[in-house]
Ligand binder design. Structure first.
Ligand SMILES: Cc1cc2nc3c(=O)[nH]c(=O)nc-3n(C[C@H](O)[C@H](O)[C@H](O)COP(=O)(O)O)c2cc1C
Length: 141
């Protein structure tokens, strides 16, 4: 849920010309910088600002390494996977997998640190790339 909705903020920031970075570990806890209310939990921080550069493309797995592709796999599915591979993941681990079962998209997190949060992020990218809204209603707030 954090990944899916957080990435919407990240991509909105990008559209506004801002640079960003998801940060789960390497940040200093600054007292009084934020309030965590009862029932809330700080899962991750997203830093926003004007970077010295806009970054460089990350090293990426291939489409076949993260998805089951067959001869009749539709273009929209491949486009979804391509967009998912552009998504940020913790330590660039890209531990996720996509599969098409009939017309149903199955997305799974692999074993890895923060791979569940990564899965939310890549699901949102998949939706943009494929042009299909398939996960939002299944990721409950
Ligand atoms: C859930 C999550 C947690 C992350 N935590 C950290 C972090 O603690 N420190 C850091 O320097 N980068 C962190 N990152 C940034 C990733 O290392 C980075 O997104 C990845 O290497 C891909 O690079 P890119 O975002 O430039 O494409 C995190 C990214 C994600 C998605």
């Amino acid at each position: 849920m954090c990944g899916y909705y957080g990435e919407q903020l990240v991509l909105l920031a990008a559209r506004l010309g801002l640079d960003s970075c998801w940060v789960a570990m390497s940040y200093a806890k600054v007292k009084n910088a934020y309030t965590i209310s009862k029932g809330e939990k700080l899962c991750c921080v997203i830093s926003l600002g004007y970077g010295k550069t806009h970054g460089t493309p990350h090293k990426s797995k291939s489409i076949e390494e993260v998805a089951v592709i067959k001869e009749d796999t539709p273009e929209w599915f491949i486009n979804g996977v391509k967009a998912a591979l552009l998504a940020p993941t913790a330590m660039n681990q890209q531990k996720f997998g996509f599969m098409l079962d009939g017309d149903k998209v199955l997305a799974k997190a692999g074993k890895g640190i923060l791979s569940d949060m990564d899965l939310g992020i890549v699901k949102y990218h998949f939706e943009i790339g494929s042009g299909k809204e398939i996960f939002g209603d299944k990721i409950k707030i």
